[in-house]
Design a protein around this ligand. Structure first.
Ligand code: SF4
Length: 325
């Protein structure tokens, strides 16, 4: 029995074949880096989360062709693809430039949709309208909003440069256009405890997001977080702690919510800690979470209560105290 509703299972059910995401890197920046919202970025930001093997200097078509070639080599030819605009803020640009990029991605006949990573304060109406237009043409469009925590004090501490209201606003506007919303969270941010992680999961449930990404905080050399880590001011979670807190969150998240990711990877020596955030240990991290759910006899959604938008509030009214996790 699968205890977690992974993206691979969702996509196979939805499209009737194996679906892979092809990550691409374009020369975007971020309003939290270029001075529009802030400078220096989030305290853990490392190259805007760009995968090691991608270069924003390579044109988009070549990146997609190479991604498809590599995926077919590994998984065979019967594949469909999402083009995943991953690094930095992929809605932060002139609308004609964005249209050109998204159009190019959808020219490939094996491509079934787009997955666009961005910040919740970077979702202008015209960009959401553009993305909704692709959905009307039969493509599936996911928009991924980085939230990281539902605690506003944490967002200030990590220098996110946006608030919770930005996430609520962007999610409701995107969902109103039929876009699928995936929300990113980080477990183990400085100053946070289990109650913060649970509250973040509750917010995602209350908003009715269709997808979630969870990963542990990890420390990359030359970031603000690395300086704090090296001074002994901050320690990341152990794998056991991460698996336990993530299981707590998944129990709250409805079983229909698609889990796009449960870990994060980097390579030493850039990676300072924790030692399990490597490509080699990725499956071990996921398996630790699955084993923790198995040990508890629970699964994703086992404590989700009433599903869908508003479930949280309904529970609070009908059974105060039930949401304490
Ligand atoms: S929002 Fe993303 S790209 Fe921008 S500073 Fe934060 S981590 Fe870096």
């Amino acid at each position: 029995m699968e205890r977690i509703f992974f993206f691979r299972n969702y996509a196979r059910e939805r499209f009737g074949k194996r679906i892979r995401k092809i990550p691409v890197a374009l020369p975007f920046t971020c309003p939290n880096i270029d001075g529009t919202k802030g400078r220096g970025g989030c305290i853990y930001c490392y190259r805007g989360s760009r995968p090691e093997h991608l270069s924003p200097g390579t044109d988009l078509r070549s990146q997609i062709e190479e991604g498809i070639r590599r995926a077919r080599e590994r998984y065979g030819r019967k594949l469909g693809f999402f083009i995943y605009f991953q690094s930095y803020t992929n809605t932060y640009g002139d609308i004609s430039y964005l249209r050109e990029l998204y159009d190019t991605a959808l020219e490939f006949e094996e491509v079934v949709g787009l997955d666009v990573g961005t910040r919740p304060d970077c979702a202008p109406e015209e960009v959401l309208d553009l993305l909704a237009g692709y959905r009307e043409r039969g493509f599936e469009v996911w928009i991924e909003f980085g939230l990281q925590s539902a605690n506003y004090e944490t967002l200030k501490r990590i220098n996110r440069g946006h608030g919770i209201s930005d996430l609520v606003d962007a999610t409701l506007r995107a969902k109103g256009r039929g876009l699928k919303v995936c929300i990113h969270t980080i477990v183990g941010l400085p100053g946070e405890s289990r109650e913060d992680f649970l509250e973040t999961a509750r917010l995602i449930r209350a908003l009715g997001a269709e997808g979630i990404k969870i990963h542990p905080i990890y420390v990359i050399r030359n970031t603000q977080l690395a300086r704090s880590y090296l001074k002994g001011e901050f320690s990341p979670l152990s794998l056991e702690e991460y698996a336990s807190y993530t299981a707590d969150m998944l129990e709250i998240i409805p079983e229909s919510v698609v889990v796009h990711r449960l870990t994060a990877e980097a390579k030493p020596p850039a990676l300072l800690a924790p030692e399990y955030c490597t490509y080699e240990r990725k499956l071990e991290v996921i398996s630790s979470i699955e084993k923790e759910l198995e040990r508890r006899g629970s699964r994703q959604g086992s404590k989700s209560g009433v599903e869908g938008t508003g479930g949280n509030f309904k529970e609070l009214v009908e059974e105060p105290g039930r949401l304490k996790g």
